[in-house]
Design a protein around this ligand. Structure first.
Ligand code: UFG
Length: 329
């Protein structure tokens, strides 16, 4: 068996997937440009600092390692930024990914796992959202991921590339052994910001909008533990190895929590009150995003183990207490 190439393996979700792959004795090579990722998050000795936009350096990696499959996490993923710098998002998320697909074709590699997102749906017409829900992204980030899904379906048709596209809802939590965690710079995600506020690194957590059509007026999201997410990637990869056709799956817990509920549970976890400030809506935030995850449960027999939000926040808190300044400490 050759290597699994993990692009973005120094990032939040990629690094957790690498850990799961290694635990199952896969050989893993990580490729990351360290633009957002962290060297310390890379748990495999096979690590190449390469940018996907640089075809020549990328080809050297394909030349050097015997690769059986690719898991593609490397991407820009901040919604607000994508609306300010669309070129950067299309360039990274589309061109970077295309370079990868071309090399896979050249080196005859047939299996691909893609990090997609709930942002491909836009404002949902029904919740929980099934995979065949209309796709109307409300931002460039979601649009770039949707376009790449379409490219994948053509590579399947033309070259028999077998892929699984996983549409994540809100990834949360950290490795249960405290070895890996979430460290985005700047941090934009709710749970780490709430916990940083508890640590005293921020004065308050600003709630983006309290006038949404939800029971407490704040946005509702479906949080999924990053370890459960990682497990789904392995199931998807192994299903492809076993001959499954290309598939698209949602990954969430089919249960929504409002921003206020998240803060309340975090207060319970950290054992203190967390100061809040009620602010304006953030551009492009849908009111409610909840996944239907029926399909992946049925087809891949995926079963989340840590679907309790308190467990997700506790694991994030354990990591953050040990690493208050992320990977730089
Ligand atoms: N929020 C706040 N205050 C903050 C940060 C977030 O109130 O300081 C709110 C947001 O408005 C949202 C919820 O908390 O309602 C969750 O926000 P996150 O930024 O943590 O996550 P998003 O739901 O915006 O984003 C996630 C992924 C994206 C993906 C998107 C799909 O991180 O990559 O889901 O909609 F595109």
């Amino acid at each position: 068996m050759g290597f699994i190439l993990v692009t973005g393996g120094a990032g939040y979700i990629g690094s957790h997937v690498v850990k799961e792959l290694l635990r199952r004795n896969y050989k893993v090579v990580v490729l990351d440009n360290l633009h957002k990722g962290h060297k310390k998050a890379v748990l495999t000795p096979y690590f190449e600092i390469v940018d996907l936009k640089k075809m020549d350096s990328l080809r050297e990696v394909f030349e050097k390692y015997d690769i059986d499959a690719v898991m593609h996490f490397a991407a820009l993923s901040t919604v607000a930024e994508s609306m300010k710098e669309p070129f950067k998002y299309y360039e990274n998320n589309i061109l970077g990914g295309l370079n990868l697909l071309e090399l896979m074709r050249e080196y005859n590699i047939k299996y691909f796992i893609f990090s997609s997102t709930a942002a491909v749906y836009g404002e949902p017409q029904v919740v929980p959202i099934p995979e065949d829900h209309p796709k109307n992204p409300t931002n460039v980030y979601g649009s770039s991921k949707l376009m790449f899904e379409e490219i994948l379906s053509w590579y399947d048709e033309i070259y028999k590339l077998r892929y699984v596209s996983l549409r994540y809802f809100n990834a949360a939590g950290a490795d249960l052994e405290g070895e890996l965690g979430e460290d985005h710079r700047p941090e934009t995600h709710l749970i780490p910001i709430v916990l940083k506020t508890a640590l005293g690194q921020r004065e308050y957590i600003e709630i983006y909008g309290t006038d949404y059509p939800t029971p407490d007026g704040t946005c509702i999201r479906d949080y999924i533990h990053v370890v459960d997410l990682a497990e789904a990637h392995i199931l998807a990869l192994e299903a492809l190895f076993d001959g499954m056709r290309s598939e698209v799956f949602n990954l969430g817990n089919e249960r929504g929590y409002s921003v206020r509920e998240v803060i309340n549970i975090a207060e319970k976890v950290v054992g203190q009150k967390i100061p809040i400030k009620e602010g304006q809506r953030r551009l492009g935030d849908p009111a409610i995003l909840i996944a239907s995850s029926n399909k992946i449960k049925k087809v891949l027999k995926w079963q989340p183990k840590f679907n309790d939000l308190e467990i997700m926040i506790s694991s994030a808190w354990n990591w953050m207490k040990k690493h208050p300044f992320g990977y730089s400490e």
